[in-house]
Design a protein around this ligand. Structure first.
Ligand code: GRF
Length: 200
C-alpha cells in the first residue's frame, strides 16, 4: 500500500513509521508545509521522495488545501498520515480523504484537544496522560479513535519530561495503527466507531 506522510517539523513520528519497515507499506512521499522541517532530511537520506508546499504562498486555507490534495494525489496514496502536521485542514480536504486519513494527537482524546496538551495536562492535575491515533474528521481532534497509549504523570514532571514520555508511546502506537490499516483490519462502523478485525 502507498502511504504519504505529512510533516511540519522534527518528523520523529514519520521516522518511527519509516523505521518500522511495515510489510506491504511503500512510503510514496513525505510532504512538509515548511521548507525547514528537519524530518525532510531524514526522508531524503532514506531515498523517500520529498516535497514542500508553503502554506504562506497561498491566499486562503482552501487554496492551500486544494494544492496540497493535488500534490498528494499525484502519489496515489491508499493512506495519508499526518505526523506533526501543524495545519488545520478544511472540511473539503478531510472529506476527500475520508477513511484513509490518520492523525496522532499528544493526549488521551477527548481530553485536551488542540495545542499545548502537556502543559494543560500538568495544570489540570491529571495523573494519567498519553497519546491518541485517530481517523481525521472535519471536527478538530474528534475523529474515531484507533489506538491510545497511557503514561503516568509523575510528581516532578515538567512539560518536557512529560512530552518525552508521551512521544516514546507515539512512536510505538503510530506504526501499529498504520500496520493495522494496511493489513485491512481497520474499519469504521455505521455509528462511526473504529472496528479492528482479528489478524488472518
Ligand atoms: C507529536 O507530539 C505529535 O503528537 C504532535 O506534534 C508532535 C510532532 O512530533 N501532533 P514529530 O514531528 O513527529 O517529531
Amino acid at each position: 500500500k502507498s502511504v504519504v506522510l505529512l510533516i511540519s517539523g522534527r518528523g520523529s513520528n514519520m521516522e518511527a513509521i519509516v523505521r518500522a519497515e511495515i510489510p506491504g507499506v511503500r512510503i510514496a512521499a513525505v510532504i512538509s508545509n515548511r521548507a525547514d522541517a528537519a524530518g525532510l532530511d531524514f526522508a531524503a537520506s532514506h531515498g523517500i521522495a520529498t516535497a514542500v508546499l508553503d502554506h504562506k504562498a497561498f491566499p486562503s486555507r482552501e487554496a492551500f488545501d486544494a494544492a496540497l490534495a493535488e500534490l498528494i494525489d499525484g502519489y496515489c496514496p491508499d493512506l495519508v498520515v499526518l505526523a506533526g502536521f501543524m495545519r488545520v485542514l478544511s472540511d473539503g480536504f478531510v472529506r476527500h480523504y475520508e477513511g484513509r486519513l490518520l492523525n496522532i494527537h499528544p493526549s488521551l482524546l477527548p481530553s485536551f484537544p488542540g495545542l499545548h496538551t502537556h502543559r494543560r495536562a500538568l495544570e489540570s492535575g491529571v495523573r494519567i496522560h498519553g497519546a491518541t491515533v485517530h481517523f481525521v474528521t472535519p471536527s478538530l481532534d474528534a475523529g474515531p479513535v484507533v489506538i491510545q497509549a497511557a503514561v503516568p504523570v509523575l510528581d516532578d514532571d515538567d512539560e518536557s519530561t512529560l512530552a518525552a514520555r508521551v512521544l516514546a508511546e507515539e512512536h510505538r502506537i503510530y506504526p501499529q495503527a498504520v500496520k493495522w490499516f494496511v493489513e485491512g483490519r481497520l474499519s469504521i462502523d455505521a455509528s462511526g466507531c473504529v472496528r479492528l478485525a482479528n489478524a488472518q
